[in-house]
Structures are given as structure tokens and as C-alpha cells.
Design a protein. Structure first.
Length: 88
């Protein structure tokens, strides 16, 4: 079942279950792009919002992730935080 791309990672009927994945991808892409492009306090704030959202989602999904998935997601979150600090 691991190769089934239609299978939901975390089954549920919460508000995020109805958000289309392409919309989320575009939102993340826009926040990251604007944060890096604008730089300074505004850019760091946008990247901080992105990191905060990712951290909340990571905390919510933590118990459903295998150790390898946890490490990868923490590393990505750390990279976003480092980029946020570097654009200041």
C-alpha cells in the first residue's frame, strides 16, 4: 500500500482535508519566494510564518510518521529557519 499515491497519510475530515494539494503547494512556493526576494524583516517574517505552519503540521503528524520521515521533516524545517535568519 506504500505505492498508493491516492491513500491519505492521516485520515480525517478536518478543515485541511478539503484544501486541494496544488493550492497548498502554490501558497508555500509564494511565501518562500517572497520571503527570499523581499529579504529583511518582512522576508524573515514570511519565512517565519512558513516555518511556524510547517512546525504545527509536523507536531500534529508526528505520531503517524516513521523515524526517517521525522528526521527529513525536521531537517527541512531547520533549513527554512536558517534561511529566515540569513535574510535578516
Amino acid at each position: 500500500m506504500a505505492g498508493d499515491s491516492k491513500r491519505t497519510l492521516i485520515p480525517g475530515s478536518g478543515p485541511l482535508a478539503r484544501v486541494p494539494a496544488p493550492a497548498v503547494f502554490l501558497l508555500v512556493l509564494v511565501l518562500f519566494g517572497l520571503g527570499v526576494w523581499l529579504r529583511g524583516t518582512v522576508g524573515a517574517a514570511l519565512l517565519g510564518v512558513l516555518a511556524l505552519g510547517g512546525g504545527v503540521l509536523l507536531a500534529t503528524a508526528w505520531r503517524f510518521l516513521d523515524p526517517r520521515g521525522r528526521v527529513l521533516r525536521v531537517l527541512v524545517l531547520g533549513v527554512v529557519v536558517l534561511i529566515a535568519v540569513s535574510v535578516l
